[in-house]
Ligand binder design. Structure first.
Ligand SMILES: [Zn+2]
Length: 180
């Protein structure tokens, strides 16, 4: 985000920038951070102006489609139910106490549901092909939080905030104890 902003010469002091970060964060959080970064790199290579959220989304989806196999397998009922549950939970669930999560030291952090690299499947209920997701545990979850921290740090620099305050400031998260 910071790199994109610099690239397109946007003023970091721009009060609209907080809104922009919020919009991007909400629109793109369904994607894995790697995909967002990959999409950003593609835009840097190909686009002459700051991308709209929809363009960014399309670029990420294109990048996925380009590597997806032509014949899609069909998702099972259990798999569809799990994807629907993950969606309803906003792709996050309670911390997990499995061996992997304990060993990686992330058993105090909410687990995250992310799309699998290079895999999509036909969802007969939705009538379309969708990215296949899974719950991150252990080292994978640890890497996800490290990537998120890097994102918050760069967004924090842009907004002039502590990283921990960024999600609160853009309305994507609340401080513990705050009401709905
Ligand atoms: Zn676990």
């Amino acid at each position: 985000m910071t790199r994109l902003a610099r690239h397109y010469n946007r003023k970091h002091a721009d009060p609209d920038f907080a809104g922009l970060v919020r919009t991007y964060f909400h629109s793109l959080k369904a994607w894995a951070l790697d995909d967002i970064i990959r999409g950003a790199e593609r835009i840097l290579e190909t686009s002459r102006r700051f991308p709209l959220v929809a363009e960014w989304n399309d670029t990420i989806a294109d990048a996925r489609r380009a590597v997806a196999p032509l014949d899609a397998r069909q998702m099972g009922i259990t798999e569809i139910a799990e994807h629907e549950r993950a969606y309803a939970l906003h792709y996050t669930d309670h911390p997990c106490l499995c061996v992997e999560c304990v060993r990686a030291g992330v058993d105090h952090l909410p687990i995250r549901f992310v799309p699998l690299d290079d895999e999509s499947a036909f969802n007969p209920k939705a009538g379309r092909r969708v990215p296949v997701g899974y719950w991150l545990h252990g080292d994978g979850l640890k890497r996800w939080y490290a990537a998120r921290d890097r994102f918050l740090e760069s967004a924090g620099r842009v907004l002039g905030l502590e990283p921990a305050r960024v999600l609160v400031a853009v309305g994507a998260s609340r401080e513990p104890g705050e009401d709905d």
